[in-house]
Design a protein around this ligand. Structure first.
Ligand SMILES: NC(=O)c1ccc[n+]([C@@H]2O[C@H](COP(=O)([O-])OP(=O)(O)OC[C@H]3O[C@@H](n4cnc5c(N)ncnc54)[C@H](O)[C@@H]3O)[C@@H](O)[C@H]2O)c1
Length: 283
């Protein structure tokens, strides 16, 4: 979608980090923006900050894990702006644990937000975008953790692999309708992702912090360090804008050799296994 000025964007997780930067970038381009977030106070502050710059920005509290909440947010966006063109299914949380002790609550919470949140966003907005016929674009936030298994056995990686897959499938189905899809796969970005527990609903039980001396605790400390030295969310948002304009499926904000090597290792292992199967005479 080349022309963004005058169009409308809906962004989940818009109160912080990458979501806020997306909202800011869209508003700066002359788009109308609906920020949606489960955390009311930071959301209100984000909306105020952008409105003070004279931009058409609104906010709505929304829990992406709850389909009814996403439907309500979608209706509020239609009521406020008429049509929505760009939908960023971006809200996400991280919760980890050791290989033996990732709680089932952690699995459910992370999959409900990171995976079902994306599904709910597509479900709530696709019929609308298809019906207005003005074109549109979905941006689904995955991660490099959705393309390689570097984090090990993890609900976060599992959710992000699913988001990559959903986006690839959706892109193929929506292309003939003139609706674009991008999947955002960042490495480390300087945000509050490591404080995800601030939004953990009680229904998923208490958050557990791993023993700092355990392998899970050491990994957690390392991930916090890497995130704090990550890139600015503003850089990520600029690349997303380009991807929407150029109709690019994959958005890689960290194409450096380390990340590339991890992908090569994974895809190399998959292709080597296929070669081995072929050498055994499999069809
Ligand atoms: N920061 C990184 O290094 C990094 C890397 C790869 C991918 N990502 C992904 O980027 C996305 C944005 O995260 P971020 O890094 O900006 O972190 P962040 O914590 O700064 O922002 C996430 C936002 O999502 C909101 N949120 C959480 N649960 C929600 C729910 N149930 N419903 C609605 N909103 C909810 C939070 O309140 C917050 O405003 C996530 O999907 C994350 O997995 C982040």
């Amino acid at each position: 979608m080349r022309e963004l000025a005058g169009k409308t964007a809906f962004v989940t997780g818009g109160g912080s980090g990458i979501g806020f930067a997306l909202g800011e970038a869209f508003a700066e381009l002359g788009m109308k923006v609906m920020l949606a977030d489960v955390e009311a106070d930071p959301l209100a502050a984000a909306v105020t900050q952008l409105r003070n710059r004279g931009w058409a920005v609104h906010g709505i509290t929304c829990d992406v894990a709850d389909p009814a909440s996403v439907e309500r947010a979608a209706r509020a966006s239609f009521d406020t702006f008429g049509t929505v063109h760009v939908v960023c299914n971006n809200a996400g949380v991280a919760a980890r644990g050791g290989i033996d002790d990732i709680s089932l609550d952690n699995w459910r919470w992370v999959l409900d937000v990171n995976l079902m949140g994306v599904v709910h966003g597509i479900h709530a907005f696709l019929p609308h975008i298809r019906a207005h016929g003005e074109g549109g674009h979905f941006v689904n936030t995955a991660s490099m953790a959705g393309l390689n298994s570097g984090l090990g056995f993890s609900p976060y990686s599992a959710s992000k692999f699913a988001v990559v897959n959903i986006s690839e499938g959706l892109a193929a189905r929506l292309k003939p309708l003139g609706i674009g899809v991008s999947v955002l796969c960042p490495g480390f970005v300087r945000t509050r992702i490591n404080e995800s527990g601030r939004n953990r609903p009680e229904r998923y039980g208490p958050a557990s912090v791993p023993d700092p001396a355990s392998p899970a605790g050491i990994l957690r400390a390392r991930l916090i360090e890497l995130t704090q030295s990550g890139i600015d969310p503003v850089d990520v948002a600029a690349q997303v804008v380009s991807a929407i304009r150029d109709e690019e499926l994959y958005v890689f904000t960290h194409p450096g050799p380390g990340w590339r090597a991890e992908l090569e290792e994974r895809f190399g292992a998959i292709l080597a296994a296929m070669d081995k199967a072929a050498s055994r005479g499999r069809p």
